[in-house]
Design a protein around this ligand. Structure first.
Ligand code: SF4
Ligand code: SF4
Length: 545
């Protein structure tokens, strides 16, 4: 049996793991999760959860999820020689179970007052026994790549190194289009990064019929013969023809080869773009009898979905406006864009540009796939890579802009929200942007070259294919003191994340809960006895399968 390495990407919307045959340098199998195992839809929610529930609880849930992946990769334990994990600083800190509060609180002085010391986030090599909750053999080594700075994580480093941005002379923007859109603007040898909490719509979540990029997901929509063709991902994660239909009432003009189960983030982007071009979308409304756009197999895209998508698209545009202002360049100067992550790979780049997700004067777009998983794979293949990564991280002249503290971002995002959710006319948007002294958004340049460096976000899923875990991580339960079993919290939950059980009390599926951004169960409780933080701290795991 050849030696095996496991590469893992801890993404904000889900985890992706691969078993690698180290002798043949070949991917054997891929396992992904349908969601992130922690409550919440973005890294700040995950951070809040970890602070409220305690980092040990968050660490335990993450380890349980990784064990699900290791089990399904189904490699003989004795053969697993090494394990490498990549992700943003919050996910990697929760994995390592080290201090995370320095990532929650901005301001050196404030952190000092709280006695928070930033931990070492350079590259690490641990024996597997450092992680007793992880189902790895004792002789296995665990590798973690370095962060560039404490807020610029290994995932950003992966995007910078593997996208090709460092080799370009022009002003370039690289964006990992995920729940948390990691962005890097390169001007000369300087790099400014930012992280826009775009929300989950661009990964197909918090959208009524949304799903992650997985077989059965609508990933694109294109005009064809007077109707619109839905493209659906097959088991190889390649788009194939779904139904050809009319968007306004769903009349099927031609049956497709594949049935759609839901819509993923790239399908959302394509639907917004085509909806706007067709005139059926007039922000913030959809002008059809049902108030929705109709897609394959009864899947609909509603006004609520449109607003959710608009918030994400707006956060990304506000993000690159902010980076341009920070770098002292105009948006017009950004001529090259790199698109990473699942959305950045499957999306029709021109449609993304059409709705503002790529700066309007870009001439070259490169779609580069999931660079975080790729970096983890490179490390298991050659652990000496860690040393060169440390060196590159040290040399990068990178600076991080906290969008949460940026006045430019605040004003730009306010305008974006008005545009997407209230229908602020574009001319007024531009007038207010001038008033706020935001960087000017030039006219859209449509003559753009698109190079798809990969056809799948996960370049190679391996000979044994891809498995998606639907029930991710843990269910937890607790008898809430003072609970009178009225069931109002269950009825109020928009995600069906909780239920009542005679023998277990309140039971919560942690991967389905929206976390601190929601708290509707807490607010509705008539006895005022349900507190999410108390539930998370006191609840016990039921199962992880
Ligand atoms: S209602 Fe409560 S359990 Fe349901 S998603 Fe919101 S916070 Fe989570
Ligand atoms: S709303 Fe409050 S009292 Fe009612 S079942 Fe939920 S926790 Fe118990």
């Amino acid at each position: 049996m050849n030696k095996i390495g496991i590469a893992l990407d801890l993404g904000t919307s889900g985890f992706r793991g691969q078993a690698i045959d180290l002798s043949a340098n070949a991917v054997l199998k891929t396992v992904i999760t349908a969601r992130h195992p922690l409550p919440g839809a973005n890294v700040m929610d995950h951070l809040n959860f970890a602070i409220m529930a305690g980092p040990d609880v968050a660490h335990q849930i993450i380890m349980a999820t990784i064990n699900q992946i290791i089990d399904l990769l189904n490699m003989p334990g004795f053969a697993i020689e090494c394990f490498a994990v990549c992700g943003n600083p919050i996910q990697l800190s929760l994995f390592e179970n080290i201090e995370i509060r320095d990532l929650a609180y901005a301001g050196e002085n404030y952190r000092r007052q709280l006695g928070i010391v930033s931990p070492d986030r350079s590259s690490k090599e641990y024996p597997a026994e450092r992680f007793p909750l992880l189902n790895l053999p004792g002789n296995c080594l665990v590798f973690i790549p370095p962060a560039v700075k404490h807020e610029i994580g290994a995932d950003a480093l992966a995007m910078l190194i593997l996208s090709g941005i460092l080799d370009k002379e022009e002003i370039c923007l690289a964006t990992d289009y995920g729940t948390n859109a990691e962005m890097a603007l390169k001007v000369g040898d300087k790099i400014i990064t930012g992280s826009a909490a775009a929300g989950p719509a661009l990964e197909g979540q918090h959208v009524e019929n949304g799903m992650l990029a997985a077989p059965g997901a609508i990933s694109d929509l294109r005009p064809e013969n007077g109707g619109y063709r839905c493209l659906v991902l097959n088991t190889e994660m390649q788009p194939e023809d779904g139904d050809l239909l009319t968007l306004d009432n769903g009349t099927v003009l031609q049956k497709g080869r594949l049935e759609a189960k839901g819509i993923t983030g790239t399908g959302v982007i394509a639907t917004v773009s085509q909806g706007m071009d067709s005139g059926l979308v007039s922000l913030p409304n959809i002008k059809t009898a049902s108030g929705s756009l109709h897609l394959s197999n009864g899947i609909r895209f509603s006004k609520k979905d449109l607003i959710e998508a608009g918030k994400a698209i707006g956060a990304i545009r506000a993000g690159y406006l902010t980076l341009a202002a920070e770098a002292g360049v105009s948006v017009e100067d950004i001529r090259v864009a790199f698109m990473a992550g699942a959305s950045g790979t499957y999306v029709d780049a021109r449609k993304a540009m059409n709705i503002g997700m790529v700066p309007p004067k870009v001439k070259e777009i490169y779609q580069v796939g999931n660079t975080s998983l790729l970096l983890a794979r490179e490390i298991v293949q050659d652990p000496r890579r860690l040393k060169t990564l440390d060196e590159i991280a040290r040399q990068l002249r990178a600076r991080h802009c906290m969008f949460g503290l940026s006045k430019v971002f605040e004003k730009a995002y306010l305008l974006e929200l008005s545009y997407w959710t209230e229908g602020l006319p574009w001319e007024l948007y531009k007038k207010y942007a001038r008033m706020y002294q935001l960087p000017e958004l030039p006219q859209l340049h449509t003559d753009v070259n698109v190079t798809k460096k990969v056809t799948r976000d996960i370049r190679d899923i391996g000979k044994d294919g891809l498995i998606t875990i639907e029930r991710v991580g843990e269910e937890r339960h607790w008898f809430v003191p003072g609970c009178v079993n009225c069931g109002q919290c269950v009825e109020e939950c928009p995600e069906n994340a909780i239920k009542l059980d005679d023998t277990l009390g309140v039971v919560m599926r942690m991967d389905c809960c929206s976390g601190t951004a929601c708290q509707r169960c807490e607010h509705i409780c008539p006895e005022k006895v349900f507190r999410l933080s108390e539930f998370w701290m006191n609840s016990l795991k039921i199962s992880c399968d």
